[in-house]
Write a protein that binds this ligand. Structure first.
Ligand code: BES
Ligand code: ZN
Ligand code: ZN
Length: 470
């Protein structure tokens, strides 16, 4: 549950406090007890910018930021604010007061973001209820904090969707969740039925869906404010595999574990739409999410099947576990009808991307101008969802050449993230960015304000990029 964030100009002294400062001297205004003050100041030094004194009347946590707004320093600040968040959850404080004493916007935002994101818990299935923070009061103006609050709210929604198991969140449930996000935030959501998907000839989505007892879905979300800066829309595409067993090429137990996260891309684009609409960003953005599960059955696709995609390209399905690229291809072809200025796809696409860059970075590729990629690098750093660009060298097409069809859906064991990118490239006709979030999408171990489970990677990064493109 996302806490109520209330903007209060006066500081509620009876509440536990998270004090954010750049200058230690300002702390004396909030801590009257000399002993506690001395303790906090020395702790701040030892603990690199974080100190807590739970014995203070209501409990106090201090986060010190450097005035320097380098992206690494802003991240350190988020992480220190998350330490305060951990303390708040552990002490089970019902509400908390955020006290800013520095007045620097970038610092206020990063501290609030680290704090709010660290308070997230997926507790709905625990019989013994998990502590949830009810209210966060802040001595900041509503206007100032609106953006960060709405982005964090979007992150919470997306994490909830990722964390739901497939026995609760199947294809239909995900489309319903998107519809309610649209209704709440103010964007349209239209879901194409299996009949319509068949009529469009979405062979990738239909092939992956063959083994399922549930119909596939293709959801189109559109946010078009009255005043928008872009003539041609920006299109986002998200992989919506609600569960990836691998299909007939069944995954192992280890490989399948947490494959309910395989719709992280779809959830992320819905989260971006939500944050855009909530903050009234003046941009025309459309999101496309192909949705299905990937399971074995008597009717599943098998290795060697040949299918003809929407744009006429024939694909030999070598491995049914390389399903993401098949459903994304349909969405990428569909995107062409909008004559978009830019298409960004986001997907938990390859274990290879995760192996290459780990849990703390996203592999990116594409045909968008270099300037757009530079912008992406900077935006990724600013929100600390860092990106690493991989090439789309032409000769790598050889690795997905098929003996019987135009291309096959896997390469050999080498360069798996790139061959997946090369596959997708065959279905693009516009400036395009591909984000492979297989590494950071889901964590088995907590990392500061990214807890265990779905991280909602991509939401903050894409929002930030769109903000720059507006
Ligand atoms: N959903 C997986 C990729 C994945 C792996 C996501 C780990 C998150 C964490 C994807 O559909 C997949 O199975 N990819 C295969 C591709 C291979 C068969 C070419 C992989 O990476 O092993
Ligand atoms: Zn797979
Ligand atoms: Zn998958």
């Amino acid at each position: 549950m996302f806490p109520l964030v209330k903007f209060s100009a006066t500081i509620k002294k009876q509440l536990p406090q998270v004090v954010v400062l750049t200058d230690e001297k300002s702390l004396s205004a909030y801590v009257s007890d000399k002993e506690t003050l001395r303790f906090l100041l020395s702790e701040l030094k030892v603990n690199k910018g974080y100190a807590e004194a739970p014995w203070h009347k209501a409990g106090i946590m201090v986060v010190k930021a450097s005035k320097n707004k380098e992206y690494t320093q802003l991240e350190e600040l988020r992480r220190n604010a998350a330490k305060a968040g951990d303390k708040i959850m552990k002490a089970e404080y019902p509400s908390v007061q955020f006290v800013d004493c520095c007045g620097i916007e970038a610092i206020q935002e990063a501290a609030m973001e680290g704090l709010l994101l660290s308070l997230y818990r997926f507790g709905k299935y625990k019989s013994k209820s998990t502590h949830q923070i009810k209210e966060v009061f802040a001595n900041l103006s509503a206007v100032k904090l609106n953006k960060i609050v709405e982005i964090c709210r979007a992150v919470y929604l997306v994490r909830d969707l990722i964390n739901e198991p497939v026995n609760v969140l199947n294809t239909a449930a995900l489309t319903t969740a998107f519809a309610s996000m649209g209704k709440e935030a103010g964007f349209t959501v239209k879901t194409l039925s299996k009949k319509e998907i068949e009529k469009l000839g979405m062979a990738g989505l239909l092939t992956v869906n063959k083994g399922s007892v549930d119909d596939p879905a293709f959801t189109i979300m559109e946010y078009k404010p009255a005043k928008c800066r872009n003539k041609k829309p920006i299109v986002l595409v998200g992989k919506g595999v609600v569960y990836d067993t691998g299909g007939i090429n069944l995954k192992s137990y280890e490989g399948m574990m947490s494959m309910n996260c395989d719709m992280s891309g779809a959830a992320a684009v819905a989260g971006v739409m939500y944050a855009l609409a909530k903050t009234k960003m003046p941009l025309h953005v459309i999101s496309l999410t192909p949705i299905t599960d990937n399971r074995p059955s008597g009717n599943s696709a098998v290795s060697g099947d040949i299918i003809k995609m929407m744009n006429g390209v024939t694909v030999e399905v070598m491995n049914t576990d390389a399903e993401g690229r098949l459903i994304l291809a349909d969405a990428l072809v569909y995107a062409d009808r909008y004559k978009p200025m830019l298409v960004i796809d986001i997907a938990t696409l390859t274990g290879a991307a995760s192996a290459a860059v780990g849990r703390n970075a996203t592999v990116v590729m594409g045909t968008a101008p270099d300037t757009t990629f530079s912008l992406l690098t900077r935006c990724g750093e600013e929100v600390f969802e860092r990106t690493v660009r991989f090439p789309l060298w032409d000769d790598y097409n050889k690795m997905i050449a098929s003996k019987v069809a135009d291309i096959k859906n896997v390469g050999d064991k080498h360069a798996g993230a790139i061959t997946a990118g090369k596959f997708l490239e065959h279905f693009t006709t516009y400036p395009w960015i591909h984000l492979d979030i297989a590494g950071p999408a889901f964590l088995n171990e907590k990392d500061s304000y990214r807890g265990v489970g779905g991280t909602a990677t991509g939401v903050r990064m894409i929002y930030r990029l769109l903000e720059e493109l507006k």
